[in-house]
Design a protein around this ligand. Structure first.
Ligand SMILES: [Zn+2]
Length: 80
């Protein structure tokens, strides 16, 4: 699960590129706060759709292949 840390600058308009600041970790946010907004607070949010996907669909036939299993990958060959 990936978390990003988001700070909202309520002085900015929605859609303003400075309205939201997104940080990869709280330390990065702290650094930014020191210079820009000592009173600032960030909240962590989960990044959706970031699950590791060991399975993959074959682009030719749509079969679901377990990418951790090399024999499945090797056995699944198309004569295209
Ligand atoms: Zn296939």
């Amino acid at each position: 699960m990936t978390i990003v840390w988001i700070y909202v600058d309520t002085n900015k308009e929605v859609g303003d590129r400075d309205h939201l600041k997104v940080f990869a970790n709280p330390d990065a946010a702290d650094e930014w706060f020191k210079e820009n907004d000592p009173e600032g607070v960030v909240f962590g949010y989960e990044v959706l759709g970031d699950e590791t996907r060991p399975r993959s669909y074959c682009q030719a036939c749509g079969a679901l292949i377990d990418m951790r299993d090399l024999s499945q990958i090797v056995a699944h060959v198309h004569d295209t």
